[in-house]
Design a protein around this ligand. Sequence first.
Ligand code: 9G3
Length: 570
Amino acid sequence: MYFSHLFAPTLREVPAEAEVVSHQLLVRAGFIRKSSSGVYTYLPLAWRVIKKISAIVREEMNKAGGQEILMPIMQPAEIWLESGRWQVYGKELFRLQDRHERDFCLSPTHEELVTDLVRSNVSSYRQLPLFLYQIQNKYRDERRPRFGLMRGREFIMKDLYSFDRDEEGLEITYRKMYQAYQTIFKRCGLDFRPVEADSGAIGGSVTHEFMVLAESGEAQIVYCSNCDYAANVEIAPCFPSENSKEPLQKREKVATPSQTTIEEVAGFLKIPAHKLIKTLFYQADQEIIAALVRGDRMINEIKLQKLHPALTLEMASAEKVKEITGCRPGFVGPVSLKNIKIYADEEIKTMVNAICGANEEGYHLINVQPHQDFDVFAYGDLRMSEAGEACPHCHAALKTARGIEVGQVFKLGTKYSKALGAKYSDEQGQEKFMVMGCYGIGISRTMASAVEQNYDDEGIIWPMAIAPYHVVIIPVSIKDNLLWEKSLEIYRALREKGIEVILDDRDERAGVKFKDADLIGYPIRLTVGKKFKEEEKIELKLRGDQAVKFVSTQEIIMVVMDILARELKY
Ligand code: 9G3
């Protein structure tokens, strides 16, 4: 492809709303354009990357026994009513009606539809296991679409659904898919880690997320420095550390004028933050509950939701808090709280002479004794795991990292097969529910996370396997016939070998072409310039390296092919 023919409108300015590197670079380098909030067009460069990622995913899914299908994007409400999820997902589910006022939704995922398909077309144990997958657009009306392709309202997902005869079958399938995922992300050239994760509202028990490691990642993970334990902090268990034993002091109310945060109160009273009790109020469906963690800890809302099951759990508004406690959030505490369930982290149990809000504007209580001064409805592990925490497997110190979730594998069990009645008859003619699993990969998000992990000040540095093109050829001047003819010759020779190459045929200064090449991120750059005139040599530069090499014109095709062969083998 000649660069002048390529539809890759590059930009000097990035849109102000682009908060993350992948969003900025993909827009600037001419890969994507926004259509509406969280909805993007993939321009030719992006679509090539997407097709490469999809091809890798397809190959590995087929190898694992998957059969590709394509289900509708539009789904009837009936099956969602059957599973009970029509009510569970509120505004996040895009809903629409046809001309007869029948309800539909735009697919956020396909558990219901695929289960409906299988229940009416599979009836015997001989037809199982069955693995069906698709690569297709999904729709979720995110409250805050952000970060470009990271959290769009329309995105491309590979979703595979497995149907097994029993739990043992599911276990084998789950391992097979987990392995396939390892291969996929390795082949894509990404630095990633599978972690234990929370199964959320979807139900089911065992689940792993595949995280691309990147500073900008929204997910926080803990991993062991000694064994292979790794988990999303959302589910990583914490062991309460012992609080120091000291003689009990008499409770007092002290003035803490306008000191509302943990740091402010700790600084004002000259005590460490771990002596404080952090009191948080949540709206759990119709009920307000309170949750307590030590002042130096972070609350983990997923763990809280497990201790107090609710469909939705959100921080209560400041007005609600005032209604209940009589004051604003900065001065609240558990002492004398009435008619409200208090959940407390295990560490609260052993605190002595603690400090908390007095439920009175401008005051805190000191020397509070949790075992006698207030009633806890339930104690539990409610805090977020941190660096240095003991590994639940081997007790070595955990480390933390940030990641972008690009894949997730779930054991669903019989949740959907029971809800929709997907049964088969076994060897004895007995009716049994199919045992399901589901396995997703965010294809468009994988592209964005590859950028988050591989870039520098100049632009993107694509891993070879998913680069939109492998090579760019830059004649430093197209007006110089010798340079142009040689560039064209190399271009044709590379194309002949099936190598994906761009020839920058623009009548621009070499510097402009280098800048665009770095921005777009071709892995290999060949420059035909001064060194060609002097010594018949081509300059070869890898996007990720600083150094350049000079290769004779006779060898250049072989050298490029060698690099490709090396980089693309897995
Ligand atoms: C919805 C809406 C949002 C959702 C879901 C349903 C997330 C929903 C979880 C999954 C799990 C798996 C298949 C591939 C692997 C992952 N957000 N989830 O079910 F209606 Cl609005 O999608 N699905």
